[in-house]
Design a protein around this ligand. Structure first.
Ligand SMILES: NC(=O)c1ccc[n+]([C@@H]2O[C@H](COP(=O)([O-])OP(=O)(O)OC[C@H]3O[C@@H](n4cnc5c(N)ncnc54)[C@H](O)[C@@H]3O)[C@@H](O)[C@H]2O)c1
Ligand SMILES: O=C[C@H](O)CS(=O)(=O)O
Length: 485
């Protein structure tokens, strides 16, 4: 299937280093997860090219940080405007390489652009402090300065937003950046770079290095000129990269895997809980870090919730993201299909009751039927691992204490959801849950205006909100001795 774009030049098959578009003899193919067809290819660059990108970012740093926050913000605003102008093309490129339904892809373009708009304004608010001196002759001033050259390594599931959630604050702060996008979805990143160039981002300020992760990553985690590593991806890879970044004591922020519990109490609005469950579980075919990963439902509301949810899951339309009515697209690759299959088989083997789906959708591409399994024990695999697929598994509980204990029984700590109409319970439970973000009577929590991030092994640091700038700024104390005349 050909990809029709108003701006065909947005589909870039070259990497972007120091303001130049770069080809290579060695290339990496990019496949459409819905059809298995090859869309195109990108250069399979290596550590040498990563070194070139670091040198370019280093050379561009002084002039970029010397611009005023307003000047940097104006460029970010133009970049964001260009994203919105070309929303349809960016969405089509994303659906083609990542698979999500076109409506979701359009939503991600707007979400990704919102981070550029937000941080274009936050740039002007990187305030410092003047502190009353500790001596009559002392004057204390605290300034906030850009960290310097930043390396960003990003995942495939939100191929635009996970980049602008970093590039927005980094460039607003006066940093320069090298991005290594996922090898599964490089075209979104390269289209973003073209629009950055058109918006006036100077050469070297933003660099996109495509290719096998290890060779490029080895440079990005170890190069002494890189002051910060911002990683979004799996917990296992994040742990490894962060550990290596410590050899040069880089600042690190980690946005890692999740295992979100979705708690429904007897006093919940059951229809609202079902709406929240569908929104949280099946967005991007269950391939988001904040998807509900396990449903914990109190005994009194259990049957009503399960039967209503079953009707909704059975009605979900699966298919190619370009098809008008499709709500659930393909999984990203065969490994993802295998993992969700493994979790389904395990849940059924433990006595789970299949109420919808439970099968691979035969044919081209990697499709799994939206699946609902009830009456599963908390020992099931999907309760212990991030499924990252369209499986909703339900565990029954009796008491609030039991629910909180089950919810917290994981090393993950990104997002959690609870549905209750009891005000005291909403405080008790949200305070007891060990997570960075809580959805209370909602299944959708992500926005550029609020801090996004986790605790425990879901990482540290926050993206978005006024806190997002902190990840790209250093604090400096200037202590001045003044003569008293
Ligand atoms: N917390 C968040 O904000 C957030 C957002 C999106 C995705 N995620 C998590 O990301 C995971 C899915 O994304 P994924 O499959 O792309 O994760 P991944 O860890 O496999 O890959 C993420 C990035 O790391 C790179 N990478 C992998 N091995 C590397 C190495 N040895 N050296 C350097 N780079 C390497 C990949 O090429 C990719 O660019 C899920 O666990 C999901 O929960 C978290
Ligand atoms: O996969 C997790 C991303 O952060 C997606 S979103 O921010 O929740 O849209």
């Amino acid at each position: 299937m050909s990809l029709t774009l108003d701006r065909p030049d947005l589909l870039r098959q070259q990497a972007y280093i120091d303001g130049a578009w770069l080809g290579a003899e060695a290339v990496m193919p990019v496949e459409d997860p819905a059809t298995g067809e090859m869309i195109g290819s990108v250069p399979a660059l290596d550590g040498t090219h990563a070194e070139q990108a670091v040198a370019a970012a280093q050379a561009a740093l002084a002039a970029w940080r010397a611009r005023t926050a307003g000047e940097r913000g104006a460029i970010l605003h133009r970049w964001s405007d260009l994203m919105r102008t070309h929303q349809e093309d960016l969405a089509r490129i994303m659906t083609r390489e990542q698979g999500k339904p076109l409506a979701e892809a359009r939503g991600e373009v707007a979400y990704a652009a919102s981070f550029l708009t937000w941080f274009a304004e936050e740039a002007r608010r990187s305030y410092g402090d003047v502190i009353p001196g500790h001596g009559a002759d002392k004057r204390l001033m605290v300034t906030r300065e850009p960290i310097g050259v930043v390396a960003a390594i990003t995942p495939w599931n939100f191929p635009l937003a996970m980049i602008t959630r970093k590039a927005g604050p980094a460039l607003a702060a006066g940093c320069t950046m090298i991005v290594k996008p996922s090898e599964l979805t490089p075209f979104s990143a390269l289209a973003l770079a073209l629009l950055a160039e058109e918006a006036g981002v100077p050469a070297g300020v933003l660099n996109i290095v495509t290719g096998p992760a290890r060779g490029i990553g080895d440079v990005l985690v170890s190069h002494p000129a890189i002051a910060k590593l911002s990683f979004t991806g799996s917990t296992a890879v994040g742990k490894m990269l962060a550990g290596r970044a410590m050899d040069t004591v880089k600042r690190v922020s980690l946005e890692l895997g999740g295992n979100a519990p979705f708690l429904v109490f007897d006093d919940a609005d059951v229809d609202a809980a079902v709406d929240g469950a569908i929104a949280s579980k099946f967005r991007n075919a269950g391939q988001t870090c904040v998807c509900a990963n396990r449903f914990l439902v109190q005994a009194g509301i259990y049957d009503a919730f399960v039967s209503k949810l079953a009707e909704r899951v059975k009605a979900l339309r699966v298919g190619n993201g370009f098809a008008q009515s499709v709500e659930v697209g393909p999984l990203i690759n065969a490994a993802a299909l295998e993992k969700v299959t493994r979790h389904v088989v395990d849940a059924l083997a433990r006595g789970g009751r299949l109420l919808a789906g439970g099968n691979v959708v035969e044919g081209a591409g990697q499709f799994y039927a939206p699946t609902l399994i009830a009456d599963v024990p908390a020992s099931a695999l999907f309760c212990r691992e991030e499924t990252f697929g369209p499986l909703a598994g339900i565990v029954r509980f009796e008491t609030e204490a039991e629910a909180v204990a089950m919810a917290n029984e994981t090393r993950s700590g990104l997002a959690a959801y609870l549905f209750t109409r009891d005000l005291s319970r909403s405080y008790r439970v949200s305070e007891a849950l060990e997570y960075g973000m809580i959805g209370l009577n909602t299944g959708l929590i992500s926005t550029e205006v609020a801090p996004f991030g986790g605790v425990k092994e879901s990482g540290f640091g926050r993206e978005g909100s006024r806190y997002g700038m902190d990840e790209y700024l250093n604090m400096k104390l200037v202590c001045t001795a003044v003569s008293l005349g």
